[in-house]
Design a protein around this ligand. Structure first.
Ligand SMILES: Cc1ncc(COP(=O)(O)O)c(C=O)c1O
Length: 383
């Protein structure tokens, strides 16, 4: 029989370093609700990526009547008209010729990045790219080089050396989920064009939040990436994801993206929910304006009280830097006891000395919510 002790001792190391994680079966959520109720306060969930506040809404009766499952992968008779309708709507939204749905953003990055680059190619990837991008890079047969977060000069030097020798792919997020900041997308586009490299942008946290009709930061900055990836699990309040690009690349994904080919097609019911939420998000200008003003106000209140907000951050993601994992957990627990749910972010998601709480805003937050959030964070950080 296999000796499993090696796993136990590894987990012990995690525990000793304060890095052990487990789903809490909703216990933190329950205590957060209980504490808020006991104090007669409205509970504030500042931990989700549900930026426009759609995730908890019930499904409309008409959508609810739709088929639950596709019964097979898209290539094995799992394609339904709603899949094609949603893909068409997304292509129009992000202004790309063709779109392909995936079961999750993780699967989309694995499928797109893992299949796009060939042996001998070079992928140039931002140091803070999401784990799904990193895993997509690992899955591809290309060499991967990582550049310092949002350092456009570093990308330019790499491309100057490599661009004429081999095919290069620059991969970045448009709005980074842990730092709430962005690269200079226009500069990246122009450097990629100069060196005949492809620009691949994951807009997971920007879609619905930035740009006309919530069409993201590429659109807001007036540029087109070669490949654009988005997920439905953030501002669209549901689940699933897409890759949008040329028809040629979509056809390539049909044939080569294993996380598409060998996976059950997105539930038609879910696709219908996403379609509804997409239409809603496109019209939700007031939600986007609210996110911007609420983010600005929270930052102003925190920074004027000396709280360390990551300075390069903007928009609905407000990272409060705390240092050690223990301190991040202590501040998180303190906030939960005040009826405020935030997420402690620790390694391996961020470096060991830049643990933080990641406060994410929701367009439904009132001025009173923002004031309470600020007061509670200021108090918790002072202890
Ligand atoms: C930038 C980025 N890409 C992809 C994903 C994965 O998306 P999903 O949750 O739909 O798998 C995430 C999720 O956290 C993300 O932040």
């Amino acid at each position: 029989m296999l000796d499993w002790d090696f796993l136990e001792s590894e987990l012990e190391n995690f525990r000793a370093a304060g890095l052990y994680r487990e789903p809490d079966d909703g216990l933190v959520r329950q205590s957060w609700l209980r504490e808020a109720e006991a104090r007669g306060l409205v509970p504030i969930d500042a931990s989700s990526n549900d930026y426009l506040g759609y995730a908890a809404d019930p499904v409309s009766r008409e959508t609810y009547r739709g088929a639950t499952g596709s019964g097979a992968s898209r290539l094995i008779h799992g394609t339904r008209p709603i899949h094609r309708a949603l893909e068409g709507a997304i292509s129009t939204w992000v202004d790309q010729p063709a779109t392909l749905l995936f079961a999750s953003g993780y699967a989309a990055n694995l499928g797109a990045i893992g299949s796009m680059a060939q042996s001998g190619d070079l992928i140039i990837s931002d140091a803070l790219n999401h784990a799904s991008i990193i895993d997509g890079c690992r899955l591809s047969k290309a060499e991967v080089t990582v550049f310092r977060h949002v350092d456009i000069g570093a990308v330019e030097s790499i491309l100057r050396m490599e661009g004429s020798k081999r095919r290069c792919w620059v991969v970045t997020e448009s709005y980074f989920s842990m730092d709430g900041d962005s690269p200079d997308l226009c500069a990246l586009r122009s450097i990629c064009d100069q060196h005949r490299a492809a620009l691949v942008v994951d807009e997971a946290h920007a879609l619905g939040v930035f740009g006309a009709g919530g069409s993201g930061l590429c659109s807001q900055n007036g540029l087109k990436p070669d490949i654009l990836i988005g997920t439905f699990g953030k501002a669209l309040g549901a689940q699933g994801a897409f890759v949008a690009s040329t028809t040629l690349f979509r056809n390539w994904l049909w044939n080569r993206a294993r996380s598409f080919v060998y996976s059950t097609a997105l539930s038609p019911m879910l696709a219908a929910v996403v379609h509804e939420n997409l239409t809603r998000a496109q019209q939700d200008k007031s939600g986007r304006v609210r996110l911007e003003t609420a983010g600005g106000e929270l930052r102003r209140l925190l920074m004027s009280a000396g709280v360390r907000v990551l300075e390069s951050s903007y928009g609905p993601i407000v990272p409060v830097l705390l240092g050690t994992p223990e301190r991040a957990v202590a501040v998180t627990n303190d906030l939960v006891a005040q009826g405020i749910l935030v997420q402690a972010i620790r390694p391996p998601t961020v470096a060991a000395d830049s643990c933080r709480i990641r406060v994410t805003l929701n367009s439904t937050f009132s001025d009173e919510h923002i004031r309470r959030l600020a007061d509670s964070i200021i108090e918790a950080c002072a202890e």
